[in-house]
Write a protein that binds this ligand. Structure first.
Ligand code: ASP
Length: 454
């Protein structure tokens, strides 16, 4: 059995956390591949090492001194080294590494910034390998370049080149001992450092799990499990989700389930490898398993997710249903503005397009509405902002009678007007559009309807 485990920034924030990481790794001989983030925040007001490194890079690019920021980064590692009584030479090497990176070529800003950003994870991996060795384990730092982690040259937003998979597999196979792999970055074909988008260590872990292939991808973070509803909206929610399918995770993540990015773990999911979300601070708990398939009991709603910030463009035109190309022309207007749509409920004479509000500025709205009037001659166009989407998700839903009735009754009792309802497009979810002001009340009502037993 091979487990790839990934530890996020909060799991590596200080010596105490690194000690926990070592305990977890050493507790299970199957944990042979470990992916680490850069040290994260030690408290709410703290700064992540990656953010310090970005400050460094920007200062250097602006021709300013970045000495203070470099010092702050070195201090983060030095604190861990000291508290764990690791060799002092480690910190000297980290300082030298940062010196080399900050004095590197600045002619390409993206390359320069990525080279600095990657230092967080790279040095974190060296430190964790040393911490494990100090505990008597056979742990080796893995250089992503030697291992064959090849990425596109979209600096700061790189993607894996598929030829990496066999290279990574072959490299990891010959490693003796526990492989400590830095997350978040790889190398372009030209040999430059390139990073994934922020939070990208999750991606590294998923890629390695798929490359090996591992039996499970353990993603250690700072929550006990994924909750069926946002605890900020329903504070008394106690029981986490023990298992959900990839499809359920995707639907929940879409509507604001914040624990991790479904896209980030996609490589593992594509390879059919279960993802286990666990808590570094509570490692005996089983966490949440995200699996390809699961047994579901009838009427099981696995979770309720919700997200704000949607806008609805409502277009009404008598005999729209007979007009060939109406939808395409409407979509073209949105495409020309670079807007992607999220949902599109339709009637006989009307169509609503739901898009994210963030990109739909007042100026964009004016242009879009003008063009709809000019090119589609509608009877009415209405733009409504401040909408929220609520997803009720569960694999068993499609086979269960009365699922929708339960939701609509609960929403009616809570005096929530349903602006939009979509059941059927996805077999495993129901989607409700409500006004943002009603969102919290609606989620609470739905939670009570599906999860409250007494
Ligand atoms: N350290 C990087 C970030 O803060 C990547 C990660 O932690 O996954 O975005």
């Amino acid at each position: 059995m091979i487990k790839v485990c990934k530890f996020g920034g909060s799991s590596l924030a200080d010596a105490e956390q690194v000690r926990k990481v070592c305990d977890i790794v050493l507790a299970d001989p199957d944990r042979t591949v470990v992916v680490v983030s850069a040290p994260g925040k030690r408290s709410k007001s703290d700064t992540k090492v990656t953010d310090l490194l970005i400050t460094c890079a920007n200062q250097a690019l602006a021709g300013q001194s970045c000495a203070a920021a470099v010092q702050a980064v070195v201090a983060r590692y030095a604190e861990i080294q000291r508290d764990l009584a690791l060799p002092a030479a480690l910190v000297a090497e980290i300082a030298a590494d940062l010196q080399r990176r900050t004095t590197g070529p600045t002619d390409h800003a993206g390359k320069f910034i990525d080279s600095l950003k990657a230092a967080g994870e790279d040095n974190s991996a060296r430190l964790v390998a040393a911490a494990l060795r100090a505990r008597g384990a056979d742990a080796v730092y893995i250089d992503p370049k030697e291992a064959g982690m090849l990425l596109t040259d979209e600096f700061g937003n790189a993607q894996l080149l598929p030829e990496s998979y066999p290279l990574l597999q072959a490299h990891l196979k010959q490693v003796r001992g526990i492989a400590i792999f830095p997350g978040f970055f790889g190398y372009t074909r030209g040999g430059d450092v390139a990073t994934f988008p922020r939070g990208g260590s999750d991606i590294t872990g998923a890629i390695l799990a798929a490359a090996i292939p591992a039996d499970v991808y353990e993603n250690f973070t700072d929550v006990d499990s994924v909750y069926p509803v946002d605890p900020r909206l329903v504070p008394e929610v106690k029981h986490g989700i023990s298992a959900m399918t990839f499809r359920e995770m995707r639907e929940l993540a879409y509507a604001g389930f914040g624990v991790f990015h479904d896209e980030a773990v996609l490589p593992a999911i594509r390879a059919g490898i279960p993802v286990n979300i666990r808590n570094t601070n509570n490692p005996t708990l089983p966490g949440t398993m995200v699996v390809p398939k699961r047994e579901y009991d009838a009427c099981a709603v696995v979770g309720i997710a919700s997200d704000d910030g949607f806008v609805q463009i409502y277009v009404d035109k008598y005999l729209m249903n007979r007009e060939v190309g109406f939808g395409r022309r409407l979509m073209q207007i949105l495409e020309d503005e670079g807007l992607s749509w999220e949902h599109m409920p339709t009637g006989i004479d009307n169509i609503s397009v739901v898009i994210r509000e963030a990109k739909f500025t007042a100026a964009v709205e004016q242009r879009v509405v003008q063009r709809i009037h000019a090119e589609l001659s509608p009877d009415h166009v209405l733009v409504e902002r401040e909408h929220a989407i609520i997803m009720v998700v569960g694999e068993g839903m499609q086979y269960t009678v009365g699922m929708a009735a339960k939701a609509t009754q609960a929403l009616a009792a809570a005096h929530v007007n349903i602006e939009m309802l979509n059941q059927g497009a996805s077999e495993i979810s129901m989607m409700f559009g409500v006004r943002s002001a009603d969102r919290a009340r609606a989620v609470r009502a739905l939670y009570d309807a599906y999860f409250k037993t007494s």
